[in-house]
Design a protein around this ligand. Structure first.
Ligand SMILES: Cc1cc2nc3c(=O)[nH]c(=O)nc-3n(C[C@H](O)[C@H](O)[C@H](O)COP(=O)(O)OP(=O)(O)OC[C@H]3O[C@@H](n4cnc5c(N)ncnc54)[C@H](O)[C@@H]3O)c2cc1C
Length: 358
């Protein structure tokens, strides 16, 4: 399954395992099961901390496998074979279940650890979907951080009957406790905020305590980031409030027209943008949706920006750089059938429609 180069790299990663993990495999007599068996048998000898056994339960999907931290109820499950874009998810799952720390911020780690309740997540992905790994990896990490959270990632192309029965027509599609919960790309921070029922209130309280900014930028795409850097370089108090830092480029895979950079990828560019903004004293307030602007003439003092979570920010100058959103075609049924047959990403959703008339 794995070529010599990948095997070498994976083996090097497996040296970072801190705690013993077991791979618990559920096979059937399909060709995919044989492939999965081969993959797991290649991974097992890579570290003394990895063991492999077969699943006894008849309740699980086949082929699938769990990665469990031995002696604990921490673990994640993949139904299918996480190759293609999901290979990174497999590597991260092995590492994180094995006790290797994630790079997530301490703040969000604590938020996930403090979540109360039972959360059983299932995510349908496709191996050619570039947005799916973000969701798979976020939920896997959450299930490692909090044993009340369980996560199974399912290759929709391999479990066609299930996909049809649940009417999954777009990936990533997330179910929580058996009910549809979310679709499309989501970050760890977004998922955690949605599950944390007090999060909006806590955020609003934090926001309301902030001093007024000299320059407040609404929107965290390339334009907002550039505006904030220019302002902060002059030494004035600058903040960015963005619904989603990175903006549209976060959804772009190949970027080949940023002069002097022959090729980059959206997520990489967004990480570089964030790092650049962070080199200055810019207060980045991510996941903050602005709903209302009250100009200084009306407040009699500073401009005020009201946020969806109830918080409000004040500033001497406000720069709006809210960019663009996907345009709808305006055809009948477009809204009602969004992600239920109206698809936006041929790479992502295509495998679910294999052999069908589209
Ligand atoms: C699939 C795709 C591929 C592309 N490929 C390329 C390419 O290869 N090369 C290229 O040059 N361009 C490309 N573009 C275009 C490029 O991404 C945009 O031109 C660029 O992102 C515009 O930057 P912006 O900062 O003006 O706005 P955006 O990137 O749209 O950012 C807007 C920001 O405002 C925030 N926002 C919006 N409303 C609110 C609100 N109410 N409250 C708070 N925040 C809000 C958003 O969350 C976001 O942070 C592509 C776009 C897409 C969608």
């Amino acid at each position: 399954m794995l070529d010599a180069n990948i095997k070498g790299q994976l083996k090097a990663y497996m040296e970072k395992l801190q705690q013993p993990i077991e791979l618990v495999a559920a096979y059937d007599d399909s060709k995919k099961s044989e492939e999965l068996k081969q993959l797991l048998e290649e991974i097992e000898p890579m570290s003394e901390k990895i063991s492999l056994r077969t699943e006894e339960s008849t309740e699980v999907r086949r082929p699938s496998f769990a990665i469990n931290r031995v002696g604990t109820d921490i673990g994640v499950r993949f139904a299918g074979i996480p190759m293609g874009h999901e290979f990174t998810s497999l590597v991260l799952a092995l590492l994180q279940v094995g006790g290797h720390p994630s790079k997530a911020s301490q703040e969000v780690i604590q938020q996930v650890q403090e979540l109360e309740g039972e959360f059983e997540f299932e995510t349908y992905f496709s191996l050619s979907c570039q947005n799916c790994p973000d969701v798979v990896q976020a939920l896997n990490l959450m299930s490692v951080l909090n044993p009340n959270i369980k996560h199974t990632s399912i290759d929709g192309a391999l479990f066609q009957d299930e996909v049809e029965q649940r009417e999954v027509m777009a990936v990533p599609s997330v179910y929580l406790n058996g009910q549809p919960w979310g679709q499309g790309r989501m970050t760890l921070e977004e998922i955690a905020a949605r599950l944390d029922t007090n999060s909006a209130e806590k955020e609003a309280r934090k926001i309301n305590q902030k001093d007024a900014f000299d320059v407040l930028v609404i929107g965290g795409g390339p334009a907002g980031s550039a505006a904030a850097i220019y302002a902060a370089r002059k030494g004035i108090a600058t903040g960015i409030a963005a619904e989603r830092f990175g903006g549209q480029v976060a959804d772009t895979m190949g970027i080949e027209n940023l002069i002097s950079v022959p090729y980059t990828e959206g997520p990489k560019l967004v990480a570089a943008m964030e790092q650049h903004v962070n080199e200055y004293e810019v207060d980045i307030m991510n996941m903050q949706r602005a709903e209302k602007l009250i100009p200084a003439e009306q407040t009699g003092g500073l401009h005020e920006v009201r946020l969806a979570n109830g918080g409000s920010l004040k500033a001497r100058t406000v720069i709006l750089s809210t960019g663009a959103r996907w345009r709808q075609m305006g055809v009948p049924g477009e809204e009602e059938y969004r992600n239920k047959g109206v698809a936006y990403c041929p790479h992502c959703d295509g495998p679910l429609f294999k052999g069908k008339r589209v």
